[in-house]
Design a protein around this ligand. Structure first.
Ligand SMILES: C[S@@+](CC[C@H](N)C(=O)[O-])C[C@H]1O[C@@H](n2cnc3c(N)ncnc32)[C@H](O)[C@@H]1O
Length: 267
């Protein structure tokens, strides 16, 4: 099993055993349109995969990890974990950097920011403070190399889920882990400058019907709320207990219930 390289709010690490039950190696391809830290992908290690996310920096960093794991690891490790350095790196304008430099910045900020949250201001600028306590550590070079090997068999895309889901084919397995639209109003602009809304959930619900119609399989996880129960009703969602962070603050960590809905039976 490979540990994800990124710290990511909403990561499904704790639910992996339950989610892994739905996977069968006979599926044609693994598709994840809200990939984040790709916890399930790294656990399952599928032969073929299509991974996507709306976060440009994240997908670009995955491509650099795939193509230059050793160089990237060396460059990130060469930057000290210091508050002043952190804010200097954070202040860099991504547009002024090369893709490699942007990936270095992305990995560095992800490991040393407060609680590994990705949050931006209205201009799309990363604005998470330095983690004085409990920072992440830079993963080992072996982890970078292992992720690189797994990503080399994978197609990586950046964009809205709907365009990626139009590429789903018969026999694919799709895991969907969208942000919680209900909470995103409260925790504002986490993940991207654009919020995930209930209209997005409606769009997603239509996509589930087409995935099913094509003859592909899906599993979706979502916060247990009235809107999700209504939108997922057709797929008979089941409640599932999870421990999760809300906005990354320790005081708001709690056990919550999530809904899992699928068009396949667990083995
Ligand atoms: C809950 S996280 C996924 C966590 C992931 N399962 C993991 O293991 O880390 C949701 C992801 O959806 C992405 N996202 C938000 N809006 C999106 C959209 N409209 N289309 C595609 N991805 C989107 C965010 O950038 C974020 O990475």
């Amino acid at each position: 099993m490979t540990t994800p390289l990124f710290r990511w709010a909403g990561s499904k690490r704790k639910s992996l055993p339950t989610l892994a039950e739905f996977w069968q190696p006979t599926f044609r391809r693994y598709v994840e349109p809200f990939v984040g830290s790709a916890a399930l992908f790294f656990r399952l290690q599928p032969r073929r995969a299509l991974l996507s996310d709306i976060n440009k920096g994240l997908i670009e960093a995955y491509k650099v990890i795939r193509d230059q794991p050793d160089d990237l690891h060396a460059a990130v490790c060469a930057i000290p974990r210091r508050e002043t350095t952190y804010y200097k790196i954070r202040a860099q304008r991504p547009a002024d950097l090369t893709p490699f430099e942007r990936a270095v910045r992305f990995v560095y900020l992800n490991r040393y920011c407060f609680n590994g949250i990705y949050r931006t201001n209205a201009k799309g600028e990363f604005n998470v403070p330095f983690a004085h306590n409990k920072p992440g550590v830079i993963p080992s070079i072996e982890q970078f190399r292992q992720c690189s090997i797994l990503l080399s068999k994978t197609s990586l895309r950046c964009g809205d889920f709907e365009s990626v889901l139009s590429a789903v084919r018969e026999g694919d397995f799709v895991y969907l882990d969208p942000p919680y639209a209900v909470e995103s109003r409260r925790i504002f602009r986490q993940y991207d400058a654009k919020e995930f809304t209930l209209e997005d959930m409606e769009r997603l619900s239509k996509c589930l019907r087409s995935i099913d119609g094509i003859g592909a399989s899906f599993v979706i996880s979502y916060a247990d709320c009235a809107e999700a129960r209504r939108l997922l009703k057709r797929w008979k969602p089941v409640r599932h207990r999870v421990r999760r962070h809300i906005a990354g603050f320790a005081s708001a960590r709690r056990t919550a219930f999530e809904l899992l809905a699928t068009n396949i039976e667990a083995r």
